[in-house]
Design a protein around this ligand. Sequence first.
Ligand code: ATP
Ligand code: MG
Length: 189
Amino acid sequence: MPEAAGRAAATQRLFFALWPDIELAAGLDAVATAAARRFGGRPTRRETLHLTLAFLGDIAISEVPALIDAGRHVVASPFELNIDRLGFWRHNRLLWAGCAPIAGLDRLIAQLQAALAAAGYPLAIRQHSFTPHLTLVRKLPASTPPGEVGGFPLGQLAAWPCSHFRLVESRLTASGSEYTPIAEFPLAA
Ligand code: ATP
Ligand code: MG
């Protein structure tokens, strides 16, 4: 149906995110695989591991340049993350990896939310209570004990120097969500 095809092509599902480098992604992949063996569920594919900064959802393609412009208006310094904890959320049955609160990351998220709000996307503001995380395993059993997930060994993960962030398109495929970078933005001291 040409009409439906036209509608589908008119929007993109978009989010801003940090992407780990190859070394950290390999370490996280090993943890995800081991945790899925231990608790059940589906590990995230290595190349799709990411930390979402702001989720936009379906956006008209005609609006993408305004979002890229918003990303360019973000002024935030580089920072380093140390992924040192695992958690389990029962409501969406996700096992995730995270870090201690970091001022640099908080500032980046706040700057991005402000730039998005100024560009007319105040929805992102509602995510202020969102916990920054990387999803490692999906669809765990709801009965998974959060305490055991928290105690699962993470090993020695590489530090994560964050010097840029991305605007990414998400598409649902047979093998899960596929992410395509649309633009990359540097963090400058
Ligand atoms: P899947 O939906 O197949 O499990 P996914 O959640 O990674 O994969 P999307 O739903 O496209 O893929 O979401 C892209 C990113 O945005 C993910 O990191 C997801 O956690 C995050 N996200 C999705 N919806 C929201 C939301 N309402 N608020 C905050 N972040 C969201
Ligand atoms: Mg999702």
